[in-house]
Design a protein around this ligand. Structure first.
Ligand code: LMR
Length: 400
């Protein structure tokens, strides 16, 4: 027997494991509301025109596939930095900023986690929201941190229990790393108000906590600039923090793994040392990141025509999702399923529907409608062809 024999029993991933079951389902009416993937009204995951055109430009100017820098595509990194921190802040603080290309938002989160682990001088706790994205806890635990939660969603309130959240943050000891969803909270779709964010910032300052912002859905709530405003607020408040960002959703570059880790440090000397350590974390994990996806994103971000086209396409996606939320609520109300208005108030790709694990399981078993047991459904996959079937199925299941 070898060491392989010690492998534990297979465990399905809480999100992609359900996708596998969906793929194997032979029901022709099956619907995938599992992952945060946008489909258009025909049910297809679109290749965005802006991204397609960027690909054509790249194909016409084909280069050899040599190594990129360890920190990735510098033009891409600089465009990402401006997108999330704003041109003015970047211009005035460039010696305090680091942005490195990462393997999607997940890769950015892990890179930041490994970096923080290397920097920690004492056992440090990470707090994630309760609930949070399925993978947060696992990523930070595997990076060697003890992971706890702060209060966030209250089923009774069908919204955020902000008093409880603030109390938990106030109770966190100095140096605790706080994972915050910058917008379009996954899975609940409930974001803090401006005033609530300000109170969170005050606690972070008072308790000397380390914020780590997860920005996977910029552009899906109010638009790129407005959704990014919270990150700029953290920066303008003089805080040091990390941001994991991604173009999986906003450019439909899921499989290209195009993300970034950005860090705001206190001064130029600190920035140089942190950047060197970040490079070392990358080098000792995967050496240097892949070329193609970041080159696509670089062009979409920096070519004015492509950028305009991208922003228009993103607005169309955002508006379509909002419209489908309304149609879902209306469709359910028409079938005498009430108490679902919150679905239209949530933001981003998901609805935390409030349906029980039993309802979600029956939707899978009886109708081949796949969501998560937590009640999370990807409303970005609803369309005019499947909405009637879904509303009928939910009404039958909830009432049955
Ligand atoms: C999701 O939450 O469905 C997406 O972010 C995909 C993933 O990686 O889990």
């Amino acid at each position: 027997m070898t060491v392989f024999h010690n492998a534990p029993a297979p465990v399905a991933d809480p999100i992609f494991g359900v996708v596998e079951r969906f793929k194997n389902d032979t029901n022709p009416k099956k619907v995938n509301l599992v992952t945060g993937v946008y489909s258009d009204n025909t049910g297809a995951v679109p290749l965005m025109k802006s991204v397609k055109q960027a690909g054509e430009i790249i194909a016409q100017n084909a280069n050899a596939h040599t190594y990129q820098a360890i920190t990735g595509n510098s033009a891409y990194n600089s465009a990402v930095q401006k997108l999330i921190l704003g041109d003015d802040f970047v211009a005035a603080n460039s010696d305090r900023l680091i942005t490195v290309q990462a393997l999607g938002g997940t890769g950015a989160l892990k890179l930041g986690a490994d970096l923080l682990k290397r920097l920690a001088t004492k056992p440090t706790k990470i707090l994630i929201s309760n609930p949070s994205w399925e993978n947060h806890q696992a990523i930070f635990e595997k990076a060697g941190f003890e992971v706890g939660t702060y209060s966030y969603y209250s089923p009774a309130l069908k919204g955020i229990d902000f008093d409880a959240m603030l109390a938990d943050l106030k109770a966190a000891s100095e140096g605790t790393i706080i994972i915050l969803h910058a917008c379009c909270h996954n899975p609940t779709g409930y974001d803090l108000s401006n005033d609530q964010w300000q109170q969170v910032i005050e606690v972070i300052k008072t308790n000397n906590l380390m914020p780590y912002l997860d920005m996977a859905y910029q552009g899906f709530d109010k638009g790129l600039a407005k959704d990014g405003a919270i990150i700029r607020r953290f920066a303008e408040e003089g805080l040091s923090f990390l941001v994991a960002s991604s173009f999986s959703k906003s450019m439909g570059l899921y499989g290209q793994r195009v993300g970034a880790l950005s860090l705001v440090c206190q001064d130029g000397d600190e920035t140089k040392r942190v950047k060197s350590l970040t490079s070392n974390v990358i080098r000792t994990n995967y050496s240097n990141p892949p070329i193609h996806g970041a080159a696509l994103a670089e062009l979409v971000l920096t070519n004015p025509d492509l950028n305009k086209l991208w922003q228009d396409e993103l607005a169309e996606m955002r508006d379509r999702i909002k419209d489908m939320r309304q149609q879902l609520v209306q469709g359910l109300n028409d079938r005498q399923v009430h108490g679902v208005d919150h679905i239209a108030r949530q933001t981003g790709m998901f609805s935390y529907s409030g349906f029980s694990a039993e309802v979600m399981t029956r939707l899978q078993q009886d109708f081949a409608i796949y969501g998560l047991e937590s009640g999370r459904m990807c409303v970005a996959a609803l369309n005019s062809n499947n909405i009637t079937y879904i509303c009928d199925a939910i009404a039958t299941t909830v009432k049955g």
